[in-house]
Design a binder for this molecule. Sequence first.
Ligand code: HEC
Length: 175
Amino acid sequence: MKIRQTTFALAAIAGVSLLAACGGSDSSAPESEVAPAAEEVVLDNGMTPKEQIELRQGQLKKLGKAFKTISDQLKASEPDMAAIQAAAASVPVESEGMADWFPAGTGPDSGVKTDALPAIWEEPDLFTEKLSDFQMAAGALATAAETGDLAVIAPAFATTGGTCKSCHEKFRADD
Ligand code: HEC
């Protein structure tokens, strides 16, 4: 926290001296005139790009784990229905607010290691479409799991998995 405040203050000082050097006294000059280094950036939500990227990767890992659990159980000779239901119920919870996980400034340009492709910010409507396809399918999967009927759960799982894949193909590197 302390480091961030310091770098922020330095960026502000740099901004002031830049304006002075230009002979400008216009305090309404856009902030973008000062291009801060990666570690000085703070997003509108108060997080650094690194914090935001690590947060979403952590949540996505949880989704991956939940999906592996369901997939493993569906293949098992005696599927553990309670495990399937818990995992299916966790997906909508862990992916809540996913639309806010990709603010501008958290792509590969941030200098932080991320598999998020620039296409996310170049084609935001398509990204939002893939995201809502996923959220609808995940909700339906959680509801299907409540039936405890594998014949209902398996197709809902396949549909949801398809929405993960569809987004990854377009918007995630290494896929
Ligand atoms: C709307 C797009 C989208 C949807 C839907 C989506 N993902 Fe992803 N996923 C991404 C992006 C983009 C990344 C790369 C994030 C990064 O590296 O910053 C990613 C990364 C991941 C990762 C790697 C996390 C890490 O860094 O180790 C896993 C695991 C994952 N997703 C699983 C899933 C599963 C499972 C689903 C469906 C239940 C899903 N995702 C749905 C876009 C999506």
